[in-house]
Design a protein around this ligand. Structure first.
Ligand code: ATP
Ligand code: MG
Ligand code: FE
Length: 336
């Protein structure tokens, strides 16, 4: 079985071909980071235009690498949402045109389901499982009792973890996206600066990062006003420790309460070295299996969309040719 995945929800134009749901045959990602860098973030109009320019090139590259043709594809899986509407539309319309022209079934995929299913490429999923999703727009704990079942047991009430990383990075004058830069600086620093941790209510699996972000900004401004010199590496380390403390503690608590067989890490922030290390330490004494995907499967890619698409294809899910991009698509009502 060959599934083609198409992903254009944000600033990566990506096409992948996956064999039997788990084996990567081609995985092409064209990043637009350089075009958005000078604006300090993703500019939606620019993102859409880049997707238009890049998608045919990326499609051809994927087929060439795989040495396959459209007629070899069993299905085309495409990100339906969430994301930037103009960016999503490019992928959705291309997928519809290709599905129609070549008579291939079309399978819609939720972007975050894709992030979670990136794990399927490196490990067999064992249910029930818990996924810690940490990305540019999402921070949530997702409980899955079987394929296609997504129950969000906790989510951020304000900023996503990645968003907090990017905003803190901007305060420290680091280029976009800031996550990887903060990560590197944190490794060179020490967490000596006291910063808050938002635990919220005792029984809540929700997150909140805007207070932490503001505390970092205030710390920088106060130091500037007093003419004190802050060690940016120490601030990065302190911020990162605060984020990781909360993520790891809540994930561990949910793992025990829900008695899951497996814990999956997903999303762009899953590339964070500090988070990966701390999770591994925390779970080394637990009975549950922890899966952490390689870096290229954490940030946006189409292999994850194809991996999820393969499961939904097997379940018989098909989109009609009136499929529309849905920027606010809900994971709990999707792909069931
Ligand atoms: P979403 O998946 O929620 O729709 P997105 O697709 O824009 O959002 P991803 O591509 O999954 O987000 O992740 C991008 C985010 O990951 C950015 O905020 C980026 O700063 C962050 N990130 C990437 N690498 C690291 C790292 N090493 N440490 C921390 N954050 C990182
Ligand atoms: Mg991106
Ligand atoms: Fe993403």
């Amino acid at each position: 079985q060959y599934i083609m995945g198409i992903e254009t929800s944000c600033d990566e134009t990506a096409v992948a071909i996956i064999k039997n749901g788990r084996e990567i045959i081609a995985n092409v990602v064209a990043s637009q980071i350089d075009s958005h860098k000078r604006f300090g973030g993703v500019v939606p109009e620019i993102a859409s235009r880049h997707h238009v320019e890049q998608l045919t090139i990326v499609l051809e590259e994927a087929l060439t690498k795989a040495n396959l043709e459209f007629k070899d594809m069993d299905a085309i899986a495409v990100t339906e949402g969430p994301g930037l509407v103009g960016a999503l539309l490019i992928g959705v319309n291309a997928a519809k045109a290709l599905a129609f022209a070549h008579g291939i079934p079309l399978v819609p995929v939720h972007h975050i389901a894709g992030h979670i299913y990136a794990n399927r490429i490196v490990a067999e999923m064992k249910f029930p499982l818990l996924a810690l999703v940490v990305s540019g727009g999402h921070t949530e704990l997702v409980y899955m009792k079987e394929h296609g079942h997504f129950e969000v047991i906790g989510e951020t009430r304000d900023d996503a973890a990645g968003e907090a990383y990017d905003k803190v990075a901007r305060t420290l004058n680091l280029p976009y996206p800031g996550g990887p830069h903060i990560d590197k600086m944190a490794q060179a620093g020490e967490a000596t600066i006291p910063l808050p941790r938002a635990w919220l209510e005792e029984d809540s699996y929700d997150f909140s990062f805007s207070g932490l972000k503001s505390a970092v900004i205030n710390t920088v401004h106060n130091a500037e006003q007093r003419g004190e010199k802050l060690i940016p590496e120490n601030l990065a380390a302190s911020f990162q420790e605060s984020v990781i403390d909360v993520l790891v503690t809540k994930t561990l608590k949910a793992t025990r309460e829900y008695n899951v067989k497996q814990v999956l890490l997903a999303g762009g922030v899953a590339a964070n070295k500090g988070l990966r290390t701390r999770l591994e330490e925390a779970f080394s004494t637990e009975k549950v299996e922890l899966v952490i995907p390689p870096l290229y499967l954490c940030t946006d890619n189409a292999a994850m969309i194809a991996a999820a698409g393969s499961i939904f294809y097997d379940k018989g899910q098909r989109a009609k040719l009136d499929l529309n991009a849905n920027p606010g698509l809900d994971i709990t009502i999707h792909n069931q």
